[in-house]
Design a binder for this molecule. Sequence first.
Ligand SMILES: [Zn+2]
Length: 220
Amino acid sequence: MQEIHKYIQGFNDFREEYFCCENSPFEILRKGQEPKTMVIACSDSRTDPSLLLQCGPGEIFVVRNVANIVPPYETKAGYHGVSSAIEYAVKALKVENIIVLGHSDCGGIGALMRNDEVNETEFVGNWLSMLHDVREDVLDHFGEVSPRSCKACEMSGVLASVRNLMTFPWIAERVDSGDLHLHAWYFDMTTGQLRGYDRDGQKFKTLEMPVPGGATPGGD
Ligand SMILES: [Zn+2]
């Protein structure tokens, strides 16, 4: 119960900061949300995107699931929770960016790679099976399940999810017209670094702030 009391106190502190004074953030936010970016992250308790990216309420539209997976576009019957969130973010909120945020030491990817305990799960094994091809490719390359191959699978899983985003026709359309940008990011909690996939170099590189006055990615 102590944990629960801590959360109630936490909410009271939140309310104090965000609701109670004049010009508080929710004076505007209670009228609606206009986030410019969607983040698809893992449910892992250490990878809260709002905390990692230091975003306040209303800044990012978030969906989280085991191993930050984006399913491929499919319209057959089913409860498409992730795809619904993506549809709302893209069509209704008109976000300009979608970030798929993977991370190191991912329990979901570890279970996928070991392929043992997931067989006894009711839902997790089937969910992770979307990355079976990624697992096979990584194992073909590394030959065994190891910290290195798990890390490679975590990163390849992020790329597979970005590829799946492009199977949604209305996403591909907006990406082609330049109205939407897709980003593959990876939080390495061992080194405390944030990496982004560099298409030209075909690898994940540490993301750095652009130099003031210098060339910025996508800038003039
Ligand atoms: Zn994870």
